[in-house]
Design a protein around this ligand. Structure first.
Ligand SMILES: Nc1nc2c([nH]c(=O)n2[C@@H]2O[C@H](COP(=O)(O)OP(=O)(O)OP(=O)(O)O)[C@@H](O)[C@H]2O)c(=O)[nH]1
Ligand SMILES: [Mg+2]
Length: 318
């Protein structure tokens, strides 16, 4: 019997972000190896019995001559190449000593975040690029009947909480009122270099040139293909494995997954809890924000179980 068993390879890789958070360090794979000539996040295969972080420390010492002093999980991506199943275990490096250089003769370069999309990477890397570009906190706007007070609340979150990713959720507003609010929200977000996603019909982007669309889980399940351009951000609300799979089919850039905890707004829905959440995130293949009773103090825990961070209305809507 001819059974082809693919090799399983566990790779640890580093997203080393510059102190001003504007650049990330890339290395170029030598032309002689697989995926040669493509750019990558420095790292390599774990040795037997090594943990991800141990392997990462060894690889960065070997490849770049730096010693990692502080790192946090960023994203785990499973990918099937024709010859192997690979787990890319990516860490965000917050602190290190030494000046990185290509110790194995490879090109090494600091690349501005907005230029990342111009670099050729191996096929598995798209979710990693998304994760590198996204913050750990996702603000979902809450209720506010008064437009001036709405603006004040949004600006407070941008200014005081440092929010850089916003979903404009306002189910109570009619189309014209939503558009008017969206235009003002976009102008505010631009001032703070924050991204704004509109929760609604993908066609809204023709009327307000926001950064993307957030799909409700219902809209997510009703679509057959990605409804907006690749250069816009597409996110979706998910609550199950089936919805996460559909988000992957549509090519969503990231999702929220809820409810992590029971919340006053959804008292009857049974919560996922961290264990089930972690199981779902492991196979999501894209950045996932934990939603449902989350505050910014949960962000580190969310990261530790594989999430991008947390999404919340209440914690940021003061
Ligand atoms: N380091 C790294 N590897 C990646 C990335 N994306 C990706 O698909 N890979 C794949 O993961 C595997 C990593 O192996 P590697 O060649 O870096 O391994 P290594 O440093 O231990 O060297 P070795 O080949 O001498 O064992 C390769 O198949 C590579 O193509 C990435 O962003 N960084
Ligand atoms: Mg390597």
């Amino acid at each position: 019997m001819n059974v082809l068993v693919k090799r399983r390879v566990h790779v640890a890789a580093a997203a080393i972000i510059s102190a001003d958070k504007k650049q990330v360090l890339l290395a170029r794979r030598p032309s002689s190896v697989d995926h040669g000539g493509l750019w990558e996040f420095p790292g390599g295969k774990l040795a037997p019995y090594e943990t991800g972080l141990e392997g990462l420390k060894r690889e960065l010492h070997e490849e770049l001559g730096v010693e990692i002093t502080r790192a946090q999980p960023l994203i785990r991506v499973h990918h099937e190449y024709t010859d192997k199943h690979i787990l890319l275990d990516v860490w965000q490096v917050h602190a290190y000593s030494g000046e990185p250089f290509g110790r194995e003769g490879q090109a090494v370069r600091w690349v501005p975040m907005e230029e990342l999309v111009n670099y050729p990477f191996p096929a598995a890397n798209l979710p990693i690029l998304r994760a590198v570009m996204l913050p750990t906190e996702y603000l979902i706007t809450g209720e506010e009947g008064d437009e001036a007070r709405f603006d004040t609340r949004l600006e407070r979150a941008l200014q005081e909480d440092g929010i850089r990713l916003v979903q404009l959720r306002a189910k109570e507003l009619e189309h014209e009122a939503y558009l008017a609010r969206a235009k003002r929200a976009l102008a505010l977000c631009r001032q703070y270099d924050a991204r704004l996603l509109l929760n609604g019909e993908p066609g809204l982007l023709d009327e307000v040139d926001a950064d993307g669309i957030h799909l409700t889980s219902e809209r997510l399940m009703s679509l057959e293909r990605r409804p907006i351009a690749e250069n816009k951000w597409l996110s979706a609300s998910t609550h199950s494995r089936k919805q996460l799979d559909q988000a992957a089919v549509l090519g969503c850039d990231f999702v929220s997954l809820s409810p992590l905890r029971t919340t006053p707004s959804h008292p009857d829905v049974s919560p996922l809890g961290w264990h089930d959440f972690q199981q779902l995130v492991e196979r999501a293949g894209m950045p996932v924000f934990a939603l449902g009773g989350m505050t910014r103090f949960d962000a580190n825990h969310a990261r530790a179980v594989g999430a991008q961070g947390i999404a919340s209305i209440r914690d940021f809507w003061k």
